[in-house]
Each structure stands twice: as structure tokens, then as C-alpha cells.
Design a protein around this ligand. Structure first.
Ligand SMILES: *Cc1c(COP(=O)(O)O)cnc(C)c1O
Length: 225
């Protein structure tokens, strides 16, 4: 098992890095515990974090139940692909859903009377195949739909593709600009490999896994899909 007792130290180093890149202590750190056991959640909360992220609905549900048995109730963030048949389960456990990118998903949240916070994921430029978020020109109408449906859309989420630091920087900058034009205040941008770049571009939340918990083993994507 990875050494979760190092999480406090690692978190202190991350906070230093965030400050060095112009971020304030108000930048919210979401501890991404996917593939890790509940001990990772315990260590994150022990270190003073309140927000924990997961990518798969079943893993979120089972870890939330295990944490609850230990008396722990973090603010769970859902960071994975939205699958229609799992939306109810996601809504049941997540306080924040960061990966909304389609009108039908907002409608699904409204139908379930979801009261948590929602972020619209914005696709990196030129990324049309697959679904890595909404296209830039779809975001304004998604926000309008969110308002109509009374879904609490509070921010934008950006996840960079592998690329140069300059490409990553420009993408985060574009997400921030788009949000500013639309009156958005929350930006979830940056993971272990690029959170410094994201913070420099105005991220208010960063989603960190490996920099806190060490490298993950086998990803579970193929098992849970
Ligand atoms: C896994 C994941 C992260 C954390 O990744 P690290 O590189 O381990 O920090 C952040 N955001 C999303 C959407 C993820 O799937």
C-alpha cells in the first residue's frame, strides 16, 4: 500500500507551489482518490482537506459508504464520464459534479432534483472526437439551460490533453477568459502534472491524485465501464 502518512507533507509542498505560482490559500484542493482505498480519503482529511474526487460512480458510492462508517463526510466531487444509468447514483453521493457537457445531462440532473454544485467541462481546442467536454461555443447555452432548469452551475472545468506547457497554458487561459465573459467565478483546472500552470491562469480548484498519494496502479476504467 502507498505511504499515505506522507500526504500531509506532500500537501504542504503543493501549497507552497500554489503560492509560488500566484495562487492564494483559497485555491481548493480536491484530493483524487480513484483506485486508492478509503485510507487515502482518511489521510486527505487528516491533512486538513475537505474535498475528495472520484471518477467512477460505483467506486464513489462504495468509498463514500466506507468513509461514512468511519464518521467521515467529505465533499465528494464526481470527475468521471456521465453515464445516464449511473446519474442517480452519482447524484446521491456527489456534492459537486464537474463533468457536465450536454443539455441532456443537465436535464437529467433537474429531473433528479439535484441540489449540489455543477461545473461544465470545456473541451480542449480542436478536440472533437470522443467527448472531453463541451465545445466552447456550446457553453453559453448550457449555462442558460442550467439557469432555466435551476441547476446550480457554478463553474467551468478544464482537463488538458498531453501537450506542451504552452499549449496547456493557452487552453487554461481560454477557459478562464470564456468564463469571465460569462460571469463565472469557479475554475477547476489542473492535475498533478499541470496544476502550477493552471493556478497561474486563475484556477480556483485543482484536482490532485498522484502528487498527494503517489502513482496509481492499474486504472480501473476497463473494469468499470
Ligand atoms: C485522475 C484525475 C485527476 C487526478 O490526476 P493526477 O494526475 O493523479 O493528479 C484529476 N482530474 C480528473 C478528471 C481525473 O480523472
Amino acid at each position: 500500500m502507498p505511504a499515505y502518512e506522507q500526504v500531509g507533507e506532500r500537501l504542504a509542498a503543493v501549497r507552497d507551489e500554489i503560492r509560488r505560482h500566484g495562487g492564494s490559500d483559497a485555491v481548493r484542493i480536491v484530493a483524487v482518490t480513484k483506485t486508492h482505498p478509503v485510507e487515502a480519503v482518511v489521510s486527505a482529511l487528516d491533512a486538513g482537506l475537505t474535498d475528495v474526487g472520484e471518477n467512477y460512480a460505483e467506486e464513489l458510492a462504495s468509498k463514500a459508504v466506507q468513509a461514512e462508517r468511519l464518521g467521515l463526510r467529505p465533499r465528494w466531487h464526481y470527475l468521471g464520464a456521465i453515464q445516464r444509468r449511473r446519474l442517480k447514483l452519482i447524484c446521491q453521493y456527489a456534492s459537486v459534479i464537474e463533468t457536465i457537457s450536454r443539455p441532456s445531462e443537465l436535464e437529467g440532473l433537474a429531473k433528479l432534483d439535484y441540489r449540489g454544485d455543477v461545473l461544465i467541462q470545456v473541451a480542449p481546442p480542436g478536440h472533437h472526437e470522443g467527448r472531453n467536454g463541451a465545445q466552447v461555443d456550446e457553453v453559453a447555452s448550457l449555462l442558460a439551460l442550467g439557469r432555466d432548469l435551476e441547476v446550480r452551475v457554478i463553474g467551468l472545468m478544464g482537463m488538458a490533453l498531453p501537450g506542451t506547457e504552452e499549449q496547456t497554458r493557452r487552453y487554461f487561459e481560454s477557459v478562464r477568459r470564456l468564463g469571465q465573459d460569462l460571469g463565472i467565478r469557479e475554475y477547476s483546472m489542473g492535475m498533478s502534472a499541470d496544476y502550477q500552470v493552471a493556478v497561474a491562469q486563475g484556477a480556483t480548484m485543482v484536482r490532485l491524485g498522484s502528487v498527494l498519494f503517489g502513482a496509481r496502479g492499474q486504472e480501473r476504467a476497463t473494469i468499470e465501464r
